[in-house]
Ligand binder design. Structure first.
Ligand code: SF4
Length: 409
């Protein structure tokens, strides 16, 4: 992997009315023409993503959204997508013009406040009209946000405005992004040994391993641990060859029953999906959501939520295996809807349970927004690895490392 995955970058979302210069501002920050800019309102039709290394800030991705007052035929759909971008924004950046303040600006700042997101207001086009002190102070005082004045008309000013914006980003960087929950660090001692049990089946991508596995390897190195990777057919023999017991075994959830059966009682073990439930989500809410499995009745609807759009195979984990395990455990006839990628339905109330994947393709903020939407309508939500382990009756064993570390009560 050459670049930091988008899901781990600071997500800076740009909002604003059409033609306030969001795309010009993005081009200025990037120092190149990325977004399509034009004086014709509504040129940005979908979210344009621009990954960028910001020295002093780190890897970031700018999300350039469509204008909030787009009156074109497709405008409503674009605005919906724009509003959805709020879910994943670590920092909301509202671009406006001097002395112009409309319902669109009000709406974004109201949403930012509701979602408790850090917000920067960019007063753009100051080369055309400079803002009055009164205008700047009113925004600062009424909304408690950082205000930055910018002229995006020429790349000549880039260094000056980039530095001012970076300072604003550093001052507004959310704590949750700066110090996210650990992946493995509190579960293993320094210089310990971690075994990663990775089956290579038809669903495994050709020539590589998937992101949660890559991140676990990197986390082992960051934690000064040795990491041994093995497929399930060599697992038992490999353990026998070791003259020290591993400090932790992490497996793909699909082989959790095999791992538990073949891992000595004194060795801690868990799954990739469960370690991601904490890194990307809220472990306690997912743990509480599991209880709903025991109350499911014939005909209940379950939402399977995946954040990648992989090609589903005949033995797909979300579409085939989880329904099979749930059927075996509950003995009930349940019905399923699957959402993938960035789709997350509005009709959450229709479901008796949401089962969410490890979210390796989206950022923590977006997963937390999804969890909050489920909690808002009292729909239990849990995680793939937790659900699979529960149905295989090995849940207590695989969450034990988190209970020991105090991460889960
Ligand atoms: S299903 Fe979820 S956790 Fe698994 S690879 Fe796709 S995005 Fe990552």
């Amino acid at each position: 992997m050459q670049n930091t995955p988008k899901s781990m970058r600071l997500q800076i979302a740009l909002f604003g009315r059409t033609n306030v210069g969001k795309s010009s501002f993005l081009n200025l920050m990037a120092g190149q023409d990325i977004a399509i800019t034009s004086s014709v309102p509504g040129t940005t039709t979908d979210v344009v993503e621009k990954p960028m290394e910001m020295i002093g800030v780190g890897p970031a991705v700018f999300l350039d959204t469509a204008g909030l007052d787009d009156k074109s035929v497709l405008g409503e759909e674009r605005i919906k997508r724009t509003i959805k971008t709020l879910d994943r924004a670590d920092i909301i950046t509202l671009v406006c013009e001097a002395e112009v303040w409309t319902d669109a600006e009000e709406m974004i700042l109201a949403e930012a406040k509701k979602l408790n997101r850090m917000t920067i207001v960019i007063i753009n086009k100051i080369d055309l009209q400079a803002p009055t002190e009164e205008f700047i102070n009113r925004i600062k005082n009424d909304y408690k946000v950082t205000v930055v004045c910018v002229d995006s008309s020429s790349l000549d000013n880039r260094d000056k405005y980039l530095n001012v914006f970076k300072q604003a980003v550093i001052a507004n960087c959310p704590e949750d992004y700066l110090t996210p929950p650990p992946l493995l660090a509190d579960l293993v001692p320094k210089h310990g040994l971690v075994v990663l049990l990775i089956p290579i089946d038809v669903q495994a991508p050709k020539g590589r391993i998937i992101l949660p596995q890559v991140q676990a390897v990197r986390d082992c190195l960051d934690t000064d641990c040795a990491c041994l990777i093995v497929k399930e057919n060599d697992y038992v023999k490999t353990l026998e060859k070791l003259n020290v017991a591993p400090d932790l075994v992490v497996c793909d959830s699909q082989v959790v029953d095999f791992m538990v059966e073949n891992t000595p009682e004194n060795v801690q073990c868990t799954t990739f999906s469960i370690i991601f439930s904490r890194l990307k989500g809220d472990m306690a809410t997912f743990d509480a959501g599991l209880k709903a499995i025991d109350t499911l009745q014939d005909g209940d609807k379950i939402l399977i939520a995946e954040t990648c759009t992989h090609h589903a195979t005949c033995d797909d984990i979300g579409r085939v295996k989880i329904p099979r395990w749930l059927k075996r455990y509950t003995q009930k006839e349940l019905s399923y809807d699957v959402c993938a990628g960035r789709d997350y339905p509005d009709n959450l109330r229709d479901y008796k349970l949401i089962i969410h994947c490890g979210s390796c393709m989206i950022n923590r903020q977006e997963t937390l927004s999804r969890i909050a939407k489920a909690v808002d309508v009292n729909v239990p939500i849990t995680n793939y690895g937790m659900c699979i382990s529960y149905c295989n009756k090995v849940y207590d064993r695989v969450v034990e490392p988190f209970k020991k570390s105090g991460a889960l009560q």
